[in-house]
Design a protein around this ligand. Sequence first.
Ligand code: HEM
Ligand SMILES: *[C@@H]1O[C@H](CO)[C@@H](O)[C@H](O)[C@H]1NC(C)=O
Ligand SMILES: *[C@@H]1O[C@H](CO)[C@@H](O)[C@H](O)[C@H]1NC(C)=O
Ligand SMILES: *[C@@H]1O[C@H](CO)[C@@H](O)[C@H](O)[C@H]1NC(C)=O
Length: 510
Amino acid sequence: MYLEEISHTTGVTLVLCAFALLLLVLHGRRREPGCSLPPGPTPWPLVGNLFQMEEQIHLSLTNLRVQYGDVFQMKMGSLVVVVLSGYSTIKEALVRKGEAFAGRPNFFTFSAIANGTSMTFSEKYGEAWVHHKKICRNALKTFSQAKSRDSSASCLLEERISAEALDMMEALQKQADEVGDSGLDPVKLLVTSVANVVCTLCFGKRYAHDDKEFLTIVNINNELLRLFAAGNLADFFPIFRYLPSPSLRKMLEYIDRMNNFMERHISEHLITFDRNCIRDITDALIAMCEDRQEDEKTAMLSDSQIIHSVIDIFGAGFDTIITGLQWSLLYLIKFPDIQAKILQEIENQVGMNRLPQFKDKPNMPYTEAFIYEVFRHASYMPFTIPHCTTDNVTLNGYFIPKDTCVFINQYQVNHDMDIWGDAEAFRPERFLSLSGHLNKTLTEKVMIFGIGIRRCLGDSFARLEMFVFLTTLLHRLHIENVPGQELDLSSAFALTMKPKPFRIKISTRN
Ligand code: HEM
Ligand SMILES: *[C@@H]1O[C@H](CO)[C@@H](O)[C@H](O)[C@H]1NC(C)=O
Ligand SMILES: *[C@@H]1O[C@H](CO)[C@@H](O)[C@H](O)[C@H]1NC(C)=O
Ligand SMILES: *[C@@H]1O[C@H](CO)[C@@H](O)[C@H](O)[C@H]1NC(C)=O
């Protein structure tokens, strides 16, 4: 009886509490007339919705969209996260309401990168940031489009990419002769070749494929990008910043080593700088600092911020491309008839007497469609880098307060049945019109570089590089699956998702 009474009282208390909570919620919603907070799964105390996420976070969040719609909210630990899906909703947020969504959350892990001076990760959105991004864009563009030293290439970028692609193709060919039928894992060569393209642009230095230091730095960079996937406990539970955590310590150590590598290159450049001979992006940024009295706008940024722009470009400039090429190779051996169609296009448009160049790309819509389909189907950047609201904003009728962390679900857009129909099929033809041209309405719905103010700086760079690497490879080599090897197209959640390791069998075309 006594127990019954207690449970009765508890019952009443519970009802009262629930009522109070309801009032509180309603009150909270009344803040902005006509606007409620986004819906979402009920969070648990302390952990929020963290344990409702499956290991493949992008799939969990894509499923939650079915229930809660394009704008929903959840809690990762103590952090409220709004998740955006749907092409038109994302476009509304990042383009039409772009400024309100252009911030980055002040994640603990982000603040360590480049000592807190990173344009990509740690700078507050505002006028100075806008100018900083412009400096990065100009530095990349000026150097990419600079005149090539040899006359066969149209610009420096093409010269660098063609040289590395040719070198890699020949190295692969040589390795293939040694290993024979058992096939080889192309990743190591891919990694150093692609990293060298951006390393020569940034620091004017090319490393040998087996250079220990270079391999270490490249691996650390890859590891960091893996760890930076939205899912760092230290970012969601402030307490983890103070507890001894091996993975966080490792991450901070990696960031430190990465910073040291960059700092060493930068200080070497500062010593040997000669304004009559601008060797690379670092030199160009140093020159910009020296000229800055004449340009008021740069006064908003410190010398160190301007010169550290090279870290943003170097850090973002290879892992994403390498991953794209890894996926491309996997699809090429999984679907040999697609490889045959690309080869056909190479034979028709390039011929066998010269290597593929930038200028061939617009004439090879099937190959371009293939690259778009790799981006779409693999969706290997399932989310953009996390965003943050810079102001109170409403989206689809929901109120999102200033300083809310926002995830953009690119994976969902790339697999939206309403846009793609047979989204799970790998079918480059879906991008081609009857006349064989690329359908721009569809290609622009492939979401892999983000859109709007925070859009990737290197997207055209990346597309060109992937195009030349792939066509140069296929120009002379036939690649196929190793007998008996299962090809697995699934991937594990990360900021950039890699395919499971696989081997390829290479033979020379005659
Ligand atoms: C296939 C290759 C690439 C992919 C898939 C890719 C994808 C992305 C994505 C998803 C973002 C985040 C956008 C957002 O937060 O909304 C981003 C940002 C960025 N990317 Fe890329 N990227 C690639 C290659 C490159 C290259 C080659 C460079 C430079 C040489 C580069 C430089 C940057 C920079 C600097 C940012 C930060 C922009 C900002 O915070 O405003 N990316 N990229
Ligand atoms: C944002 O909205 C909240 C709640 O409605 C209000 O208290 C706050 O002043 C607003 N902030 C800005 C910057 O408008
Ligand atoms: C990093 O920032 C700290 C404090 O702002 C400064 O003392 C230090 O010199 C910086 N390190 C580098 C490598 O820029
Ligand atoms: C491009 O694709 C869209 C959507 O499937 C379609 O409505 C449109 O007619 C296509 N345009 C061309 C030129 O084929």
